[in-house]
Design a protein around this ligand. Structure first.
Ligand code: SF4
Length: 159
Protein backbone atom coordinates (compact mmCIF):
# COMPACT_ATOMS: atom_id res chain seq x y z
CA UNK A 1 0.00 0.00 0.00
CA UNK A 2 1.25 3.50 -0.79
CA UNK A 3 2.20 5.89 2.02
CA UNK A 4 -0.53 8.28 0.99
CA UNK A 5 -3.06 5.45 1.26
CA UNK A 6 -1.95 4.53 4.78
CA UNK A 7 -2.78 8.06 5.83
CA UNK A 8 -6.05 8.39 3.93
CA UNK A 9 -7.52 4.98 4.77
CA UNK A 10 -8.50 6.17 8.24
CA UNK A 11 -10.98 8.61 6.80
CA UNK A 12 -13.19 5.70 5.76
CA UNK A 13 -14.03 4.41 9.29
CA UNK A 14 -14.17 7.99 10.49
CA UNK A 15 -16.95 8.73 8.01
CA UNK A 16 -18.92 5.49 7.99
CA UNK A 17 -18.72 4.80 11.73
CA UNK A 18 -18.17 8.27 13.15
CA UNK A 19 -20.77 9.63 10.74
CA UNK A 20 -23.46 7.51 12.38
CA UNK A 21 -22.97 9.57 15.53
CA UNK A 22 -21.92 12.87 13.94
CA UNK A 23 -23.68 13.30 10.58
CA UNK A 24 -21.72 16.48 9.99
CA UNK A 25 -18.79 14.19 9.10
CA UNK A 26 -20.63 13.65 5.82
CA UNK A 27 -19.24 17.01 4.76
CA UNK A 28 -15.82 15.39 4.65
CA UNK A 29 -17.19 13.47 1.66
CA UNK A 30 -18.27 16.74 0.06
CA UNK A 31 -14.83 18.27 0.71
CA UNK A 32 -13.09 15.23 -0.78
CA UNK A 33 -15.35 15.34 -3.82
CA UNK A 34 -14.53 19.01 -4.41
CA UNK A 35 -10.83 18.24 -4.03
CA UNK A 36 -10.68 15.26 -6.37
CA UNK A 37 -12.85 16.88 -9.02
CA UNK A 38 -10.38 19.77 -9.24
CA UNK A 39 -7.42 17.39 -9.04
CA UNK A 40 -8.82 15.19 -11.80
CA UNK A 41 -8.58 18.04 -14.27
CA UNK A 42 -4.81 18.02 -13.84
CA UNK A 43 -4.07 14.41 -12.83
CA UNK A 44 -6.92 12.23 -14.11
CA UNK A 45 -7.61 9.47 -11.59
CA UNK A 46 -4.60 10.15 -9.38
CA UNK A 47 -7.01 10.35 -6.44
CA UNK A 48 -8.30 6.83 -7.05
CA UNK A 49 -4.93 5.11 -7.00
CA UNK A 50 -3.23 7.19 -4.33
CA UNK A 51 -5.63 8.98 -2.04
CA UNK A 52 -9.16 7.59 -2.00
CA UNK A 53 -9.88 6.15 1.49
CA UNK A 54 -12.19 3.47 0.09
CA UNK A 55 -9.71 2.57 -2.64
CA UNK A 56 -7.05 2.23 0.05
CA UNK A 57 -9.33 -0.03 2.10
CA UNK A 58 -10.06 -2.20 -0.94
CA UNK A 59 -6.32 -2.48 -1.64
CA UNK A 60 -5.26 -3.12 1.96
CA UNK A 61 -8.05 -5.36 3.25
CA UNK A 62 -10.37 -6.66 0.55
CA UNK A 63 -7.53 -7.72 -1.74
CA UNK A 64 -6.59 -10.26 0.97
CA UNK A 65 -10.01 -11.93 0.96
CA UNK A 66 -11.05 -11.41 -2.65
CA UNK A 67 -11.83 -14.46 -4.77
CA UNK A 68 -9.99 -12.55 -7.49
CA UNK A 69 -12.42 -13.53 -10.22
CA UNK A 70 -12.91 -11.50 -13.37
CA UNK A 71 -15.10 -8.42 -12.94
CA UNK A 72 -18.38 -8.61 -14.88
CA UNK A 73 -17.85 -7.57 -18.51
CA UNK A 74 -20.65 -5.03 -18.23
CA UNK A 75 -18.54 -3.03 -15.78
CA UNK A 76 -16.24 -1.98 -18.59
CA UNK A 77 -19.05 -1.01 -20.93
CA UNK A 78 -19.74 2.68 -21.24
CA UNK A 79 -23.55 2.43 -21.22
CA UNK A 80 -23.51 0.47 -17.96
CA UNK A 81 -21.14 2.91 -16.27
CA UNK A 82 -23.37 5.81 -17.34
CA UNK A 83 -26.44 3.96 -16.08
CA UNK A 84 -24.86 3.49 -12.65
CA UNK A 85 -23.75 7.12 -12.69
CA UNK A 86 -27.22 8.51 -13.45
CA UNK A 87 -28.98 6.20 -10.98
CA UNK A 88 -26.52 7.16 -8.27
CA UNK A 89 -26.81 10.89 -8.95
CA UNK A 90 -30.61 10.75 -9.18
CA UNK A 91 -30.79 8.91 -5.85
CA UNK A 92 -28.36 11.37 -4.23
CA UNK A 93 -30.22 14.45 -5.50
CA UNK A 94 -33.60 12.99 -4.54
CA UNK A 95 -32.38 12.34 -1.02
CA UNK A 96 -30.85 15.81 -0.66
CA UNK A 97 -34.11 17.43 -1.81
CA UNK A 98 -36.00 15.35 0.74
CA UNK A 99 -33.91 16.81 3.59
CA UNK A 100 -35.67 20.14 3.13
CA UNK A 101 -32.31 21.90 3.33
CA UNK A 102 -31.34 20.78 6.84
CA UNK A 103 -27.54 20.91 7.02
CA UNK A 104 -27.35 17.98 9.45
CA UNK A 105 -29.71 15.86 7.34
CA UNK A 106 -27.64 16.61 4.22
CA UNK A 107 -24.51 15.49 6.09
CA UNK A 108 -26.34 12.29 7.03
CA UNK A 109 -27.23 11.71 3.36
CA UNK A 110 -23.56 11.78 2.41
CA UNK A 111 -22.66 9.47 5.29
CA UNK A 112 -25.31 6.97 4.26
CA UNK A 113 -24.34 7.15 0.57
CA UNK A 114 -20.77 6.43 1.64
CA UNK A 115 -21.94 3.45 3.71
CA UNK A 116 -24.12 2.07 0.90
CA UNK A 117 -21.40 2.34 -1.74
CA UNK A 118 -18.79 0.92 0.63
CA UNK A 119 -20.97 -2.13 1.33
CA UNK A 120 -21.46 -2.65 -2.43
CA UNK A 121 -17.74 -2.21 -3.07
CA UNK A 122 -16.88 -4.78 -0.39
CA UNK A 123 -19.37 -7.36 -1.71
CA UNK A 124 -18.14 -6.87 -5.29
CA UNK A 125 -14.54 -6.89 -4.12
CA UNK A 126 -14.92 -10.19 -2.30
CA UNK A 127 -16.83 -12.07 -5.00
CA UNK A 128 -14.90 -10.69 -7.99
CA UNK A 129 -11.77 -8.49 -7.97
CA UNK A 130 -10.98 -6.28 -5.00
CA UNK A 131 -11.28 -3.08 -7.06
CA UNK A 132 -14.29 -4.10 -9.17
CA UNK A 133 -16.37 -1.28 -7.74
CA UNK A 134 -13.84 1.23 -9.06
CA UNK A 135 -14.79 0.26 -12.62
CA UNK A 136 -18.32 1.58 -12.12
CA UNK A 137 -17.90 4.03 -9.24
CA UNK A 138 -19.71 7.25 -10.24
CA UNK A 139 -16.95 9.35 -8.72
CA UNK A 140 -14.28 7.44 -10.62
CA UNK A 141 -16.32 7.92 -13.77
CA UNK A 142 -16.47 11.67 -13.19
CA UNK A 143 -12.71 11.85 -12.73
CA UNK A 144 -12.22 9.85 -15.91
CA UNK A 145 -14.38 12.24 -17.89
CA UNK A 146 -12.90 15.42 -16.42
CA UNK A 147 -9.36 14.07 -16.81
CA UNK A 148 -9.99 13.19 -20.43
CA UNK A 149 -10.66 16.85 -21.27
CA UNK A 150 -7.02 17.52 -20.67
CA UNK A 151 -5.96 14.17 -22.09
CA UNK A 152 -3.41 13.61 -19.31
CA UNK A 153 -2.06 10.05 -19.11
CA UNK A 154 -3.43 7.84 -16.30
CA UNK A 155 -1.30 8.11 -13.16
CA UNK A 156 -1.61 4.33 -12.73
CA UNK A 157 -3.22 1.53 -14.72
CA UNK A 158 -6.88 0.64 -14.24
CA UNK A 159 -7.68 -2.43 -12.12
S1 SF4 B 1 -13.27 4.68 -8.26
FE1 SF4 B 1 -14.45 5.52 -6.53
S2 SF4 B 1 -14.08 4.11 -4.80
FE2 SF4 B 1 -12.58 3.64 -6.39
S3 SF4 B 1 -10.80 4.77 -5.79
FE3 SF4 B 1 -11.94 6.07 -7.23
S4 SF4 B 1 -13.30 7.36 -6.02
FE4 SF4 B 1 -12.53 5.70 -4.71
Amino acid sequence: MKKTQTVMIWLLPLIIIGGLFEPVLGYLVVAMMAFFLILSFFRGRYWCWNLCPRGAFLDAVISKVSRNKLSPKKFSESWFRWLVFFLFMAFLIFRIIKTGGSAIAIGAVFVSMCIITTVISVILGVITKHRSWCLICPMGMLQDKIGSFKKTPQANPKP
